[in-house]
Every structure is written in structure tokens, then in C-alpha cells.
Design a protein around this ligand. Sequence first.
Ligand code: SF4
Ligand code: ZN
Length: 313
Amino acid sequence: MKCAFCEKQVVYVRQYDKLAVCSKHFNEQMIKRVQRTITKHKMLKRDDKVAVGVSGGKDSIALLDILAKIESDFPESEIVAITIDEGIAEYRDEGMLYAQKIVKKLDIEHHVYSFKNDFGYELDEIIKKLGERGEGREFGACSYCGILRRKILNQAALEIGADVVLTGHNLEDEAETILLNIIRGDIQRLARLNPTPRKIHKNLVPRAKPFRNTPQAEIVMYCYLNDLEYQEIQCPYAVEAYRGEVREFIFNTQEKQPMLSFNILRGNEKLLKMIQQTPSKKELKDCTICGEATTGEFCKGCWLKNQLSSSRN
Ligand code: SF4
Ligand code: ZN
């Protein structure tokens, strides 16, 4: 079969529109879609200092590679990479290695932060201290991990002086988050999933997801075609996540309805326009302990620290 744009052999057929492309045109389409997503949702300004969260997984590695290509057209902008070491034995080291490899290859400044240095505990220690889920521990490991990762990534971006933080969340990740918020009835959070980064608190660096329209399968293909190495093993705590079931539903349904995730995203964008309920500055206060943005008295990071110091283990 021939590429839709040239005479070369097809390497990939897009599931949702059956577009068949050669490797050169596959890469071109990937980069174009990221550019379109950035433009459509006003994710970047020409002279932004852009911090990219790089875990060493396929999404963040591919995103960094594509952003470096796009950035070559914007000499006033700058990209830096941030990797956060959560402190997960037999897992994090490998991801770190791939993160280091890609930043070296692309010659990008790399900043490494860790739960241990910046919070005082590794994730493994937190889980050990809080005990089994359902007994001493209220939530799955990913909840604690997510709270701290967001907090430390934000602190890192503030320290570095970044204008915006980009993460590698892809189309299905975004569809999953939307569905989870619906399942939980958390409409507040659904309304906050605005694709356009905004400064809603002085200590909160705006975030955006340039891969929100890119299917996971295409990211895997991009890594393969561009010889990008990434961590493939799953985090040992991933089995605790409720997300897994929603994820399974999305991928299973998508086999029959390839537009599923796109439809979920589009639906949410329409909803956002209808309610136009963007969080006002009034809603967010300063955490009374660390000053980070919070809707309550303390931020979740400080809440967790308090839990850990009062735990008896
Ligand atoms: Fe953290 Fe959960 Fe991801 Fe593991 S799977 S790195 S615990 S969020
Ligand atoms: Zn082609």
C-alpha cells in the first residue's frame, strides 16, 4: 500500500480515519497535530520558558523530542526538562536513565527533584509508614504520588522560572480523567480541565498537555520510528489504581469505536464552553503552611506531611 501523500510504503494506518502514511509523513502528521493543539489552546507564547515533565516513559520522551523539533523555529523560547524521583525501588532508576539519555541527545537542560529531598520521604517510605490500603492508608499509592508529584513539579517550575509546565498526557489519559471525574460526580474538577493554561494563583505555574489529541498507539509508533528508548515496565503500585478499570474500558471500546476518546474530549470542551466556569482567583487561597495554592486551609502536600508525622509507624 502507498502513502496518502507520497509514493513510499505505508508504515501506519490511523485507526480513526484510516489515513495510511509512510514514516516521513507519519512524523510530519505527529508534529503538525502537536503544533495545532498548542495553537488551538494557546498553550505557548513565542518567548516562553517551557518546563517539560520527563518521567522516562514513552509519552514524555516523545513529547520532548517533538517539542525540540518545534522549538527550533522559535529561538526566543527555551525548553528545560524536569524529572521527579518518587523513590520507588526497582522502578524509578530505569526511567531516570532514559530521561537522562534523551536530554543528553537533545542537549536540553535537565533538573532532577525527588520526593526524598523535597518532601522528606520517598514514596516507598510513605506507603510503608501509612500501612495497607483500607487499614492505615485511606487511598491508593497513586493518590499520594500524584499529590506530591504535582506539588514538586510546580515548585521546580517556580524555581527554574518556567512560564508553563508541559506534561506528556495523551488522548486516552485525558479521556480517562474526564470519565473518572464524571464517574465520581466531580463536576468542579471536570470544569477545571481547561486545555488552555491559565495563571490562577501566583504560586501555580500554568500547565498544558500538547499530546491531549494524540492517541497512545501513535506515540508508541513515533518512538519506534525515531529510535527513542523508553521505560516499558509498569510501576509496582499501578495495580492499586482504580484508573486501570476505566482505562481498560476505553481501550476495549475503542476497538469498535475508534473515535471514542476524541468524542469524550470534544464533549468536555463543549461542556466547558457552556458552563464557562473557570475558577476565579477568589476560589484559591494560600496554604497557611507552605503558601501553595489551595481551596482549603492547607494544601494536600502539607496535609499528607501532617498525617505522616502523626502516624505511629
Ligand atoms: Fe506514582 Fe501511581 Fe504512577 Fe506509580 S503508577 S508512578 S505510584 S502515579
Ligand atoms: Zn509519505
